[in-house]
Design a protein around this ligand. Structure first.
Ligand code: GLN
Length: 723
């Protein structure tokens, strides 16, 4: 035993004792952290304790469930297992689990996607199970290609590791294709016929950037895809699920693999659980766990960690689940929709470091699917409850704000006793709600005096209708290339424009113009362009360059155009993609360059602006690598009014651009929901131009009740001390 290693073990043993006995805190990370500090190779030193080897589980969604189930299955099969069961998934969590363990047969470790590169070189695991890659915490981890690179780099340091990957996910398949490791592909080999959501993470071929085609798509980007240009396609499946049955209270499928077949049944609902269980089965098979042992582990699985965990609160069945990104939320909404009875649903969203500070992604979730359900009560909680409330409002859902789960139970008067409650919480919002539900379930009573439900505060508010004429031509909003520029929730801007016009009785038509499609701008009143990752932005810019003359004419004719981040960059003379200088539309005198150090050097964070388009500070979230410089005399959208926040570049303290009726900005959030005055300023200009062209007087915009929007604006403003 090396001296360094002995020291590492000694300090970690003392700290574990201290945490447990003095501070009464679980010791899931800290002992490993200081052991790694004393000996950075501590994982490698401890790995030989695992006599048969180890399995790492990575992926955006499902890691904790798959890790725990696989560990359970191994234990059911009589194996001794070391596992970081509570989801402490950095190198410190893995080191802590190893330090606490005695000799074992297998190690099963949940690993954070970006931390695999710090764990795998030391652990040299036998298997890495790669579940899926979805957008998640873009501010912390960056765009998905960075995660792919990191995982591929980790695998290169451990060439004997077998990669067990989700072949239905083109982002995972692309990693499998580029690494030299042995691979095992798993996937669902039939169309599950699920209703599709609006946003998917990979639309483009991972090899050649053409648009992928799908024989069928399950959810997100998962499905049977192929590239018409270069032949990149879903690899043939080594482990396949067929005969999938999905019900409200359970699922089943037949698993087929190289070493045999099995019938898997589980009391969980949700297509994503089919993938989780299939991945677990594929891994269990590789580590020689018989299918019966896995099935027994599934039957006994008790997710005590708030993943699909059931509670009875005052007799009411309550399901708690984690969701931390659009795909996870969309899957949860599908589960809720399977219950057609009256019900209560609460969403708790925090924006701490572990969640990601940016909550723009709320606008990539299809909450609209819940609208119109009879007997549905909706609640918004967590640090960003105001943002959740605004998002739900524009989905047609009138949510009451709550401080905690008890706040929801206190407002369920009149809801039938057998109606269920659903509580969906993101990463750091989950543990307190989980603990609270545990307390409430034990006591059997929800705390707090019952409150009467809030009166409905639908969008109609106080606004009268002045423009309404049912047979009037609709206001046409062209959303350009939403299939490419869709990473940061920017589509929410269109939802806001649309509803704010409709609430005033103004008919609206939204035209989604996808890649390769054409739109005649002569009939358009408002053009919208969102932000996106570099690869997609490049392709969108080619589409836009084909429209250049039309766009020039439109802008010079006072056409209204709102462009966010990636879309904003394309408005200038040129922008930079890595080393490549890409020609822009030249609609505005500005250029965008990259900061030294490439796309990793990003300007990220909350930001508030003073803009002539609004009386109160304009709030948002920026996340960009490009640095934009305006030509002399060109006006910015606003001046940075917060201490955090950069805007166009590292020094100007100005954001975006205003030129004629063009507004460009780096602000996600998205921009318009929390800045309704900006939304109305754009609508007014679009209506004025339309009226001028028709030779009629412009309609006035009646005021709306913006209390919910303004509360969300005020919350961010206060946090940023932006007055
Ligand atoms: N890909 C561009 C950049 O990084 C735009 C990003 C975005 O739209 N947020 O600068």
């Amino acid at each position: 035993m090396g001296l360094q290693f002995a020291a590492a073990r000694a300090v970690s043993a003392v700290s574990t004792w201290g945490l447990k006995h003095v501070f009464h805190r679980p010791a899931a990370n800290f002992p490993g952290k200081i052991a790694l500090y004393a000996d950075p190779r501590v994982i490698a030193d401890l790995a030989p304790r695992l006599q048969k080897g180890s399995v790492c589980v990575v992926g955006t969604n499902g890691k904790t469930t798959v890790t725990n189930l696989l560990a359970d299955a191994l234990e059911t099969a009589g194996q001794r297992v070391v596992c970081n069961r509570t989801g402490a998934n950095l190198d410190s969590g893995v080191a802590t689990a190893l330090l606490h363990a005695r000799e074992a047969d297998w190690g099963v470790f949940e690993c954070d996607e970006l931390w695999l590169a710090k764990i795998l070189p030391h652990l040299q695991a036998n298997y890495v199970v790669l579940l899926n890659l979805f957008r998640d915490q873009l501010d912390r981890v960056g765009e998905i290609d960075r995660i792919q690179e990191s995982i591929a780099g980790a695998l290169a340091t451990s060439p004997k590791t077998t990669l067990v990957f989700n072949a239905d996910d083109p982002l995972c398949a692309a990693i499998a294709e580029r690494v030299g490791n042995p691979t095992v592909a798993f996937g669902v080999d039939e169309d599950l016929h699920l209703p599709q959501n609006t946003v998917a993470d990979a639309q483009m071929c991972q090899r050649c950037s053409a648009m992928l085609e799908y024989a069928y798509r399950q959810y997100g980007q998962l499905g049977s895809y192929c590239c018409p240009a270069c032949g990149f396609a879903r690899p043939s499946l080594d482990c396949a699920a067929r005969d999938v049955h999905l019900g409200a209270d359970g699922l089943s499928f037949a698993a087929h693999g190289p070493r045999g077949d099995a019938e898997i049944e589980a009391p969980f609902s949700g297509a994503y659980m089919v993938y989780n269980l299939l991945a677990t089965w594929a891994a269990a098979d590789l580590v020689s766990v018989p299918a019966e042992a896995l099935q027994r582990a599934i039957d006994a699985f008790d997710p005590r960690n708030g993943r699909l965990q059931e509670f009875a609160v005052a007799g009411r069945r309550t399901l708690l689940n984690l969701a931390k990104n659009p795909t996870g939320f969309n899957q949860n909404i599908k589960i809720i929709l399977q219950d057609e009875r009256p019900k209560a649903v609460a969403f708790f969203v925090n924006d701490k470091e572990g969640d990601g500070r940016d909550v723009s992604w709320l606008w990539d979730i299809d909450f609209e699917e819940l609208a119109g359900q009879s007997g549905l009560r909706v609640f918004a909680g967590g640090i960003r409850k105001n943002d959740v409330q605004v998002r739900l409002k524009y989905a047609g859902l009138d949510a009451a704000l709550v401080d905690d789960a008890a706040g929801m139970f206190a407002q369920l008067d009149g809801l039938p006793a057998d109606a269920r409650a659903y509580v969906i919480a993101n990463y750091t919002a989950l543990p307190p709600v989980h603990a609270e539900l545990g307390r409430l379930a034990d006591g059997g009573q929800a705390a707090g005096a019952p409150l009467s439900p809030k009166p409905s505060e639908g969008l109609s508010g106080s606004g009268g209708v002045q423009a309404a004429e049912d047979d009037a031509a609709p206001l046409v909003i062209a959303h350009l290339f939403p299939d490419l520029l869709n990473l940061y929730g920017d589509g929410g801007n269109v939802k806001v424009l649309e509803r704010r016009a409709r609430e005033r009785g103004i008919p609206v038509e939204v035209r989604r113009v996808n890649h390769g499609e054409h739109v005649d701008l002569a009939g358009v009143d408002l053009v919208f362009l969102g932000g996106g990752p570099d690869r997609e932005q490049r392709l969108a810019s080619e589409d836009l360059m084909r429209m250049r003359d039309d766009l020039h004419a439109y802008v010079e004719d006072d056409g209204v155009l709102l462009a966010i981040c990636g879309g904003f960059q394309i408005l200038g003379h040129e922008w930079l993609l890595g080393e490549e200088v890409v020609k822009g539309l030249g609609l505005v005198d500005m250029t965008t360059e990259r900061a030294p150090g490439g796309s990793g050097n990003r300007l990220i964070g909350n930001i508030a602006l003073r803009s002539p388009l609004a009386d109160q500070a304009v709030v948002g979230y920026e996340n960009h690598a490009g640095r934009t410089h305006l030509g002399t005399g060109v006006e910015a959208f606003g001046d940075v009014a917060s201490s955090t926040g950069h805007g166009n570049n590292d020094s100007d303290k100005r954001d975006g651009v205003r030129y004629k009726n063009v507004v460009g900005t780096y602000l996600h959030g998205p921009l318009l929901p929390k800045n309704p005055q900006v939304a109305d300023a754009l609508l007014i200009r679009a209506l004025e131009r339309r009226a001028r062209r028709a030779g009629v007087p412009a309609p006035e915009l009646a005021p709306l009740d913006d209390a919910v929007e303004n509360a969300a604006n005020e919350y961010v403003r206060n946090r940023l001390n932006a007055g």
